[in-house]
Write a protein that binds this ligand. Structure first.
Ligand code: GLU
Ligand code: MG
Length: 445
């Protein structure tokens, strides 16, 4: 869509305001709002803003940054009121000398994707973000009290969750997202909405769209939506499994090989091997919060050990079973990402790890079919050569600091800003005295 088409479309949609959006290095959505009359100028010249106030962006002395609008990402925000209708457009960030800013997460993913488009391939991702709906708080702060008593795929005709989930799916579809399914997840108050796979850039844009749309629509129903990886102790947390594949120029799935017993091509196997090799460092990008590591523990359908398998949901990478004639659906489901990640940086890291496997013809270890990894002890896992994911954000960051491939994929600016912000987050957490410690130690020590 060019600038003229966009303005015409915006007028037809009766939109009055446009939110120009981008993310900081942590994945928080930032927005500059503009009345429609200024849009033509913004489309032509971009919009200047002060980058020094954004986490991970420019230093004070070089703070001017420019937003360049991506008209293809135009979507009306369906919850905005009719009389002041609002749309959003995602932006790329440029430096004053007209170059893409190296610390822009969206730009980082674009750079990473160029390495596959140069080979004539597309990197596809179908993310499955899970989330909780919690009861309204009546101004008393947020307490994670699930709003229902449902379980996996539960159906109830009058359930509030069905009403909210239907509204959510309608809202997302009106924004151009191809919703595939929405369902109740295993835990109380937990839900999942899956959308059709697309190229990784669009998939990352879609994840951000889904997150803020879910929050906005939930709030309209007096509920608080949370994508926190493990909001409630003792029940399943929320992941964002990513179904990944590579397509060639003709739309054929590079992962498919009719002659292989699992129908997996050598390229797919090397892709998997690369992601397994870099898993510990990749954790810092796909599970990037202190809380992420409360989810990656045994017993809650989230992976803990580094292996791959066809049927096994305890594995880090799962290959969904092949159905005759569905060559396009051959894919590798990476199960440790969670929705607290910045999807641009997470997907850029996933791709770089996979390409390292492909470029070096790595072969993965034997698949761990029919083994429940949660049931193996340390010795058995060692014998099978099955490694473990980092147990904390700090461990993951140490791994990231050692990983030249992922560091290069992020680029110096994004990498440095990311690890700086994440070590601060870790230290902030480490310094606190938790309820657990008081209960455990106060009286008995
Ligand atoms: N909620 C689980 C997780 O944390 C996944 C459940 C599922 O298999 O969809 O990853
Ligand atoms: Mg799920």
């Amino acid at each position: 869509m060019d600038a003229k088409d966009l303005i015409k479309r915006i007028k037809e949609d009766n939109v009055n305001f446009v939110s120009l959006q981008f993310t900081d290095v942590l994945g928080s959505v930032k927005s500059v709002d503009m009345p429609l009359r200024n849009l033509a100028g913004a489309l032509e010249d971009g919009v200047w803003f002060d980058g020094s106030s954004v986490e991970g962006f420019a230093r004070i002395q070089e703070s001017d940054m420019r937003l360049i609008l991506d008209p293809d990402t135009y979507a009306v925000l369906p919850w905005s009121p009719e009389e002041s209708k609002r749309a959003r457009i995602f932006c790329d960030i440029y430096t004053p000398d007209g170059k893409p800013f190296e610390g822009d997460p969206r730009g980082t993913l674009k750079r990473a994707m160029k390495r596959v488009t140069d080979r004539g391939w597309t990197f596809n991702i179908g993310p499955e973000p899970e989330f909780f709906l919690f009861k309204g708080t009546n101004g008393h702060g947020v307490h994670p009290v699930p709003h229902d008593v449902g379980g996996y795929f539960d159906f109830s005709s009058f359930d509030e969750a069905v009403v909210v989930r239907t509204k959510l799916m309608e809202a997302l579809m009106s924004m151009g997202i191809e919703v595939e399914v929405g369902h109740h997840e295993v835990a109380l108050g937990q839900h999942e909405i899956d959308f059709r796979f697309t190229d990784a850039l669009k998939a990352a844009d879609n994840v951000l769209t889904l997150k803020y749309t879910v929050k906005a629509i939930a709030a309209q129903h007096g509920l608080t939506a949370s994508f926190m990886p493990k909001p409630v102790f003792g029940i399943n947390g929320s992941g964002m499994h990513c179904h990944q594949s590579l397509f060639d120029k003709n739309g054929n799935n590079v992962f498919f090989d009719a002659n292989d017993e699992m129908k997996l091509s050598a390229t797919a196997r090397s892709f998997i091997a690369g992601q397994l090799k870099h898993a510990c460092a990749l954790a810092a990008l796909v599970a990037p919060t202190v809380n992420s590591y409360k989810r990656l523990v045994p017993g809650y359908e989230a992976p803990v050990y580094i292996g791959w398998a066809q049927i096994n949901r305890s594995a880090l990478i799962r290959i969904p079973r092949y159905t005759e004639g569905r060559d396009k659906s051959m894919r590798a489901e990476l199960r440790f990402p969670d929705p607290s990640s910045n999807p641009y940086l997470a997907f850029a890291g996933m791709l770089a790890a996979a390409l390292d496997g492909i470029d070096n013809n790595l072969t993965p270890p034997k698949p761990l079919n029919n083994v429940n990894l949660y049931h193996l002890d340390k010795k058995e896992r060692k014998k099978m050569g099955v490694g473990e994911l980092p147990g904390s954000l700090a461990e993951a960051l140490v791994e990231l600091e050692r990983d030249a491939v992922l560091k290069e994929a992020l680029g110096t600016a994004a990498y440095e800003a990311f690890v700086r912000a994440k070590w601060e987050e870790w230290d902030d957490f480490r310094l606190r005295v938790t309820d657990y410690e008081i209960e455990r130690y106060l009286e008995v020590t």
